[in-house]
Design a protein around this ligand. Sequence first.
Ligand SMILES: [Zn+2]
Ligand SMILES: [Zn+2]
Ligand SMILES: [Zn+2]
Length: 335
Amino acid sequence: MIEENFKIEFGINKIGILTSVDDAIKEEQYHCIECDSQLILKEGKIRQKHFSHIPYQNCNGETILHKTAKRLIYDVITKNRKNECSINLKIHCDNCDKLHIFNIKKGSFSDAMEEARVENFVCDVVGYRNGTPSLGIEIFQTHKVNDKKKEDLQLPWIELKATDVISNPYEWIPTQHRLSRNLCSLCKIESNRIKELCTKWNIDHKIYSTINKINHSKYLASTINCWKCKHEIPVFWWKGVPFAKEAPPQPSPWTIKNIFSKAFGGKYFANTCPNCNSVQGDNFIFLNSNSPFNKLPLDNGKIKEVNIVNEVRSVNHKEDIEDIVKIMFRGSREW
Ligand SMILES: [Zn+2]
Ligand SMILES: [Zn+2]
Ligand SMILES: [Zn+2]
């Protein structure tokens, strides 16, 4: 049963096209997408233009929302295929987490299908590229994509909220997704720059990730200017920094070397400059508030050792207690 104040914003016209109430005309007949019963177009002076549904019908508001959104997505992909529209995918950047817009250009999709079977699942809508499934779209209003589907479905997928789709089918704001990789334009530029630098210094791109998330790779890459020769050089974070006494995971970037530090009072594995071979202090790379990896977790067991506090101080040439306390609390909770 449909609740009395449930708004029906779309109806199916005579030739089966889903039509917005804004585009509906008095002369035409419209039907409910779910139960096929006739909708009455009402254009009151007080209430805005709306469809009214015969109230005693055995029809369900949730299903209307779901089916309408599904059809809208199908229609938008079909329009995209015909070069009639682009689609904005609003998504968080993998690296900086900021919401950015990825524009799906006109003609990106080659086909769309509702209730399409992919692998062992049925997706609400599947978008095709060059004839092969490229994106699964799941619409939810009350039921989210279940965990099994979430994990097992190999096809990249997004989940959209039915009411979001209905309010703007050209703007997709996934509530969950699995898209292989998505970086905002700034992070993409930065990522390419780091990769170029690594290639220049013969560091295999398979060893590291430029995305600053610890589950992406054993090594996370960034850049600094060498304090000595001033060249821009790649530097790396790995589990166990700072002042790692244990050998880093293999294969490792060749610039990470076991070096002796007088201030530290022993050897540890450190980033070195590929150009001039000088050691890049761990405090510059990991600890200071302006260091490239200042948001990544640290091996805090070692941080609490006094000699590390000494190392930080001896290089900083100032007793910045606050900074050291902050560093201590960064810890390794995320591991
Ligand atoms: Zn109905
Ligand atoms: Zn970003
Ligand atoms: Zn150098």
